[in-house]
Design a protein around this ligand. Structure first.
Ligand code: GDP
Ligand code: MG
Length: 169
């Protein structure tokens, strides 16, 4: 079997931990979730008939300072870059995160590490400040693999996001 390390990145509070919990079936909690004790979770995906195991790494608060270590990036084969559709700052810092990814992982070759931009918290439609169209445009202008919107709260597109990443890898 093949195991690939993938990483969730993006500003603090956008829902990275909640997305992993939603994927793995841990109950969604409305209070702030922190990552304690575990470095990653493993889950197997069917990528076009091939079984692919993703080792899904969360950050444990270091992203608050927008500085991850080389160790955290090492051997990463795919990324979900997450923002919050109700928080414009988290959308505007995508460029910062992509620069950081580019300085650690070479995306300018024939087989670049796939990155998907994920706009989370679609269940909070009444508080949305970043439109779907803006998200799509950002994904195009940054040359990432794809874009989708999710809700860790109601599960919308959560498994799809990880499935697309597994397929791309
Ligand atoms: P992280 O810092 O990126 O890991 O963000 P967390 O997963 O800790 O989530 C930050 C806050 O947003 C928590 O209070 C979560 O309950 C909440 N949250 C995360 N995802 C969603 C979502 O899809 N919808 C709603 N309504 N709240 C969310
Ligand atoms: Mg977290």
């Amino acid at each position: 079997d093949v195991t690939y390390k993938v990483l969730l990145l993006g500003d603090t509070g956008v829902g990275k931990t909640a997305l992993i919990r939603s994927l793995t079936g841990t109950e969604f909690k409305a209070n702030h979730l922190t990552t304690v004790g575990i470095d990653f979770v493993k889950k197997t995906f069917d990528a076009d008939g091939a079984l692919v195991q993703l080792q899904i790494w969360d950050t444990a608060g270091q992203e608050r300072f927008r500085s991850l270590t080389k160790f955290q990036y090492r051997s990463t084969k795919g990324l979900l870059l997450v923002y919050d559709v109700t928080d414009r700052t988290s959308f505007e810092t995508l460029g910062y995160w992509l620069d950081s990814i580019d300085s650690e992982l070479d995306r300018n070759n024939k087989e670049p590490v796939p990155v998907f931009i994920v706009g989370n918290k679609t269940d909070l439609e009444e508080s949305r400040v970043v439109s779907t169209q803006e998200g799509k445009k950002a994904a195009e202008s940054h040359y990432v693999h794809g874009f989708l919107e999710t809700s860790a709260k109601n599960g919308h597109n959560v498994s799809e996001a990880f499935n697309k990443l597994a397929d791309a890898i």
